[in-house]
Design a protein. Structure first.
Length: 350
């Protein structure tokens, strides 16, 4: 039995940052994740994808963000149960939760934070013949190492942020990129659309719209794709075809925990992101509320407020006075301490 203050289900960016905010409150955390490594989608799906909306980082790769978060929380010595899925949850008469994984590992805590991102997921696949034959033989749904596409011929299909961002990224590492979308308008960020069109004007990306892939050609591996465009068919030789049509999220076992669910997400109170079950919180992409934005930045904010309420549950009757880390410094569970600079403390005191 693993006992802790907060059980965090999901070791993506939001779950990892929760450890830091809890650590400032002297609360111990243990994270459970079905993936074999921390970082969630940032590590498993797009570690080399650039992220542009993290404060103080004009651009940071998703994998590097995970590394920075792990470095930040190391001093608070979190526990990890990786490669196991949280399967069951039970609350006893004393208000203590027991979370059991699919491998039988049990965890106990008075607070549970569900930070499972989109939950379990699988890529949305196009309906094409020979699709399964060419999977991992020229067709990939996830870009883990963009270097394998350097100096190769790549066709990307899709009109969202992932399709645009990867087209831009690969074009900048000398990849022959063709971006195919069934509409003339893209769903991605306006800035990304403008960058892609600028690269098209520089002959670094070929954009074909409105168009769609209608046929996959090859024997044991993919050799070319057939594109339907304005009533005509065109065959393009390719080394790789990457359909980026998003992910189909599923809550998995969490859907059976008597939580209030709306559109495949967990409803929460925006005061502290607590669910309909006291002591269980949902933060990050897994939750929903009016005005919800699925941004890592928002998950960080939700984790911060959640930890304040978690402290009250774990320490009933004990008052916590919020102090800026620039004044109080940071005490790690390993006994280390990072002091606030004296000049900063003096300026604030004055």
């Amino acid at each position: 039995m693993i006992k802790t203050d907060i059980i965090i289900i999901g070791a993506g960016p939001t779950g990892l940052f929760t450890v830091f905010e809890a650590g400032l409150l002297k609360l111990k955390c243990h994270l459970i994740d079905a993936l074999a490594q921390p970082g969630g989608q940032c590590s498993e799906i797009y570690p080399k994808k650039p992220i542009y909306d993290i404060p103080a980082y004009p651009e940071i790769l998703a994998g590097d963000l995970t590394d920075k978060l792990l470095e930040q929380i190391k001093q608070f010595e979190p526990g990890f149960t990786l490669g196991e899925r949280a399967e069951k949850i039970i609350k006893d008469h004393d208000g203590i939760f027991t979370v059991t994984t699919n491998k039988g590992t049990q965890h106990q805590a008075p607070v549970v934070a569900i930070a499972g991102g989109l939950g379990s997921f699988e890529p949305r696949k196009p309906q094409l013949e020979k699709l399964e034959l060419f999977e991992d033989n020229g067709i990939e749904y996830i870009i883990k190492d963009p270097e394998i596409y350097r100096n190769k011929k790549v066709v990307i299909a899709g009109g969202g942020d992932s399709a645009l961002d990867w087209s831009i990224f690969l074009a900048n590492i000398n990849t022959d990129v063709t971006l195919v979308h069934r509409r003339n308008e893209f769903r991605g960020a306006l800035d990304s659309v403008e960058k892609a069109r600028e690269l098209k004007n520089q002959n670094k990306i070929k954009i074909i719209t409105p168009a769609e892939i209608i046929k996959l050609n090859g024997n044991s591996s993919l050799e070319s794709v057939t594109i339907s465009h304005n009533g005509n068919e065109e065959i393009i030789e390719v080394d790789h075809f990457i359909p980026l049509f998003g992910l189909s999220p599923k809550l998995g076992p969490i859907a059976n925990w008597d939580l209030e669910i709306e559109k495949n997400a967990i409803k929460v109170d925006t005061y502290d992101y607590q669910t309909n079950i006291p002591g269980i919180f949902a933060i990050g992409d897994v939750n929903t509320y009016p005005g919800k934005l699925k941004l890592i930045l928002c998950g960080f904010h939700e984790a911060t407020l959640m930890c304040q309420s978690a402290y009250k549950i774990i320490n009933p009757g004990k008052k916590y006075v919020l102090k800026y880390t620039t004044v109080s410094g940071i005490d790690g569970f390993d006994g280390s301490r990072k002091e606030a600079p004296k000049a900063v403390v003096q300026a604030i005191n004055e």
